[in-house]
Write a protein that binds this ligand. Structure first.
Ligand code: HEC
Length: 159
């Protein structure tokens, strides 16, 4: 290899090894990520299954059509991938608990995807609970004023 080729190879290697944070543009800060990305997806997932008690008795809510299941699955992907977004430079708070709690969100999001893949309403309900704990555990440490998101199942002020 000629000298100039070595130089090119070295420069390419340096580019490949350089941190590529400058290639990202953080559009949402953490509150915006929560309000505009994560919370709507989580609410959609939580609302997808459950029971409603009205004057006609108890009614089960669950996805029925292929499109409805796909929408639930899409929400689960947003939940899981949001864990990665929380780990990006500019959002990550530390490499300890924050990282572990973000990874927990990724894992529970993956469970949520699997439940939707199986089209199993009760698995979606259970995965929804795990997602809820992943949110609440992080808020308990990093956002005590938020503590818990608006999970309809735990919200006693709405019917
Ligand atoms: C790894 C940590 C972490 C996880 C996981 C997490 N959050 Fe948060 N969340 C935060 C932090 C930190 C704040 C406070 C943001 C601030 O004010 O800087 C917050 C705030 C919020 C807020 C209020 C935003 C505002 O306007 O201040 C909502 C709503 C919210 N989270 C929803 C959720 C939901 C829903 C989930 C789970 C599906 C979730 N969060 C999971 C860290 C997390």
């Amino acid at each position: 290899m000629t000298k100039i080729n070595w130089l090119v190879a070295t420069v390419l290697l340096l580019i490949a090894c350089a941190p590529d944070t400058e290639r990202f543009t953080l559009v949402a800060d953490v509150p915006e990520l929560m309000n505009s990305v994560l919370e709507p997806a989580a609410e959609f997932y939580w609302d997808a299954v459950g029971y409603i008690l009205d004057e006609n008795g108890v009614r089960e809510i669950r996805p029925n059509t292929a499109e409805e299941w796909e929408a639930v699955r899409n929400a689960a992907f947003i939940i899981a991938e949001s864990g990665n977004l929380l780990l990006m430079d500019g959002r990550v708070r530390d490499r300890g608990d924050w990282t572990a709690l973000s990874e927990a969100l990724i894992e529970t999001g993956q469970q949520a995807i699997k439940a939707a893949d199986l089209r199993d309403a009760s698995a979606v309900f259970d995965a929804g609970a795990e997602v809820y704990y992943a949110c609440a555990n992080c808020h308990a440490k990093y956002a005590v004023e938020t503590l818990r998101p608006n999970d309809v199942r735990s919200d006693t002020t709405s019917s």
